[in-house]
Design a protein around this ligand. Structure first.
Ligand SMILES: [Zn+2]
Length: 420
């Protein structure tokens, strides 16, 4: 185990030990190694739910839930394209047909609001049948045990792409969008060149970023995840890399050791995203980069009346937008999706962490998906064009942040060259 890199998640003391257990030399904390993976949760991070109450949904139930999530996002109007027409109508109204257009427009929005509320009620009723509410990293460990009890595996990112869009041609579009996320990370990773010696993947899942896209290949990649079952797949595919089961908001990684950290499709699931962002900054070396991708609160298909209201209110106070969204418990009972972020949130979370923003924009523009199904190159071209247009570039499906660590680290406790 790479003890020069790891530290006690409780007191940040030095860890010693080997195959079976890691021991903190400062506070005496003991951390087990399970199937070669260190379990480095801070003491006190206990589950908030009863392990006996967890039931794993079958794939059909999960598909229904995903469809309900989409319905919540879209409100009364069943597809994003209809929304674009609505926005056009709104623009036309603003340009002068005010009296003729405003009444039906407002009525549509009111219907949308009612429909949204009713869908939300229905979805929450579903969740009552699955009493689990994941609130802490400790709860995720319990999910692992439920999967083991039922002899199932945790769904990986690849599974998610397959089911999330699982209706023929739409699936191909979703897969391309997912892959483009990794290509985007790869671009930033490559910009560091040889300087990127230590790479951290927060929410590493099964390590797809490395084995499919080469991010961190040939370097030291540290995969952090709350799920040991996913990390076991990570280790099976990437035996030379380091898998750590830990909470991303309490990284058992020494300050100033990481050159490139990325966190994709993960920050929105965390209990305390601000704490996680501070941790990401702490472990970075000066000059190191972090890259975060998470759902964009301002994505176009999100702009039903409910979201429009929160967006307007967020102009007064950006905390209003950082609200828990309604589905606490969705994908196979294991995927919680708590937050929608905006650019303002990213900026606020970075404040005081010693990082400067290098790049902010959005990606995964859904329009015009129906023209791009299964075609990666036109998709990429469309992404480039839309993300270069002022204002428009902030309305994509994902928000992208790249930040650079600028200040000197508080302490570098050991020379990273002297491994083990
Ligand atoms: Zn300790």
């Amino acid at each position: 185990m790479r003890n020069w890199l790891l530290e006690c998640p409780s007191c940040r003391g030095e860890l010693a030990g080997g195959e079976d257990e890691l021991l903190c030399l400062s506070c005496g904390g003991r951390y087990p190694m399970v199937n070669g993976i260190p379990v480095l949760f801070a003491p006190g991070d206990d589950p908030t739910v009863d392990p006996g109450g967890i039931r794993i949904k079958n794939p059909a139930e999960a598909a229904v839930t995903v469809a309900e999530m989409n319905a919540i996002d879209r409100g009364f109007i069943p597809g994003p394209r209809a929304y674009y027409l609505l926005y056009l109508a709104a623009a036309a109204a603003a340009l002068g047909w005010r009296s003729a257009f405003l009444a039906p427009f407002v009525m549509l929005l009111a219907l949308d609001w009612i429909y949204f509320r009713s869908r939300r009620g229905g979805a929450l009723k579903r969740f009552e049948r699955n009493p689990l509410r994941l609130r802490s990293a400790g709860d995720w460990r319990i999910v692992d045990s439920a999967y083991e009890r039922e002899g199932k595996t945790q769904p990986t990112m690849s599974d998610w792409v397959g089911l999330g869009g699982g209706r023929g041609a739409l699936d191909a579009g979703t897969a391309i969008a997912d892959d483009e996320r990794y290509h985007d990370i790869l671009r930033v990773y490559r910009s560091l060149g040889e300087r990127a010696a230590v790479i951290a993947d927060i929410g590493a899942n099964d390590g797809r970023a490395c084995w499919e896209f080469g991010i961190g290949a040939g370097r030291l990649l540290v995969g952090v995840d709350v799920s040991r079952l996913l990390l076991e797949e990570f280790s099976a595919r990437l035996p030379e890399m380091t898998a750590i089961q830990a909470d991303g908001a309490r990284l058992p990684v020494r300050s100033g050791t990481v050159d490139f950290l990325f966190c994709t499709e993960t920050l929105e699931h965390m209990t305390d995203p601000s704490a996680a962002m501070a941790e990401f900054a702490r472990v970075l070396k000066p000059g190191g980069l972090m890259m975060i991708q998470s759902p964009n609160a301002h994505r176009l298909r999100n702009l039903n009346i409910f979201h429009i209201l929160t967006l307007v209110l967020s102009l007064l106070n950006d905390r209003i937008l950082q609200r828990k969204i309604v589905h606490e418990n969705t994908w196979l009972n294991a995927c919680t999706y708590h937050w929608d972020f905006s650019l303002q949130h990213y900026k606020r979370m970075l404040r005081g962490t010693g990082c400067r923003i290098v790049e902010t924009r959005s990606s995964s523009f859904f329009f015009p998906l129906f023209l791009l199904r299964g075609r990666a190159e036109p998709y990429r071209r469309k992404e480039r064009i839309l993300s270069s247009i002022p204002v428009v570039k902030y309305f994509g499906g994902d928000l992208v942040l790249v930040a650079e660590k600028t200040d000197e680290p508080v302490s570098l406790r050991m020379n990273p060259e002297s491994k083990d």
